[in-house]
Design a protein around this ligand. Structure first.
Ligand SMILES: Cc1cc2nc3c(=O)[nH]c(=O)nc-3n(C[C@H](O)[C@H](O)[C@H](O)COP(=O)(O)O)c2cc1C
Length: 270
């Protein structure tokens, strides 16, 4: 595992920008491009080796997949105003060593993709043509959520349930797939938002991709603001190996965001 410290991450962001500029130069030369590809493949093989040698043993318990759990009803009132939540919201990468309650998880999932209009199935976040390309998964670590075993769960907005995809603690695997960003491991649970592009591109063609990217941003902000109101904290993560996250989570679609969520160490307000 290659943990990424917080300070290093900020420097990393700057390096990424430099690398992106360098990347354009490299990609314009065919020889350099071939060498670059070999280098990337080499690094991928290394990463995959690490992933699989230490992969958790619980994969064998998959037969209970499909089990569903009705989530507590979401609340529609809170002590925190929307303005306060917007004002104090921050990306937080350190969490208290406490589990989430099932009620908190329910509220977060509802904020991400809950149904708010039953007739047409409209949701908490807007969607181009109401095509709803996003699927939300939760990677729950051992002891991460009260009364919920470790595993990967799929959120079902219509029934406000979660369905077990596979049991087991995949938080280490997910951290590795997210370039060792240790806040993935420290969080009580990680949302993984996948996109099924075809639902939107079928109607809007190429332009549909841009709509899907916009939509996941709306979901991310909903989760951030809901976290503030619950005394929780989160950060959206876009830096990860797509294929690895996809393999760990299973389910449908391509991963766009990982969102670690944990209990905030200090209160947001006052
Ligand atoms: C598309 C996107 C990708 C991001 N990826 C990461 C990431 O991989 N790791 C991380 O720690 N933060 C990530 N962030 C969070 C940003 O670093 C953070 O929003 C920024 O530093 C501003 O801080 P604030 O959110 O507290 O205002 C990402 C944010 C966005 C919008």
């Amino acid at each position: 595992m290659f943990p990424v410290k917080r300070r290093v991450f900020i420097i990393g962001l700057a390096s990424l920008a430099a690398a992106a500029i360098a990347g354009f130069t490299i990609l314009s030369s065919p020889n350099l491009l071939a060498r670059k590809n070999e280098e990337v493949e080499g690094r991928r093989e290394e990463a995959e080796l690490t992933l699989f040698t230490e992969k958790s043993e619980e994969v064998g318990e998959i037969e209970v997949a499909g089990k569903r759990l009705k989530l507590p009803e979401p609340s529609y009132r809170s002590q925190v105003s929307i303005e306060e939540a917007i004002l104090v919201r921050r990306s937080v990468r350190e969490y208290a060593d406490k589990p989430l309650t099932l009620k908190q998880l329910s509220q977060i999932l509802w904020a991400a993709q809950g149904i708010t209009e039953k007739r047409w199935g409209f949701r908490t976040a807007p969607s181009a043509g109401a095509t709803y390309p996003l699927e939300v998964y939760v990677v729950v670590k051992n002891g991460g959520v009260e009364d919920l075993g470790p595993g990967i769960y799929h959120y079902l907005p219509r029934s406000h349930e979660i369905e077990l995809v596979k049991p087991g603690d995949y938080s280490r695997d997910l951290t590795r797939a997210a370039l060792g960003q240790e806040w993935v491991l420290e969080a009580a649970a990680n949302l993984v938002i996948n996109a099924v592009y075809d639902r939107t591109t079928r109607r809007y063609g190429e332009r549909g991709y841009r709509y899907v990217y916009m939509e996941v941003g709306h979901v991310g902000q909903n989760v951030y603001l809901q976290c503030v109101s619950l005394g929780l904290a989160c950060v959206v993560i876009g830096a990860f190996y797509d294929d690895d996250v996809k393999r760990i989570v299973g389910g449908v679609g391509e991963p766009l965001y990982i969102i670690p969520v944990g209990v905030k160490k200090e209160p947001w307000i006052g």
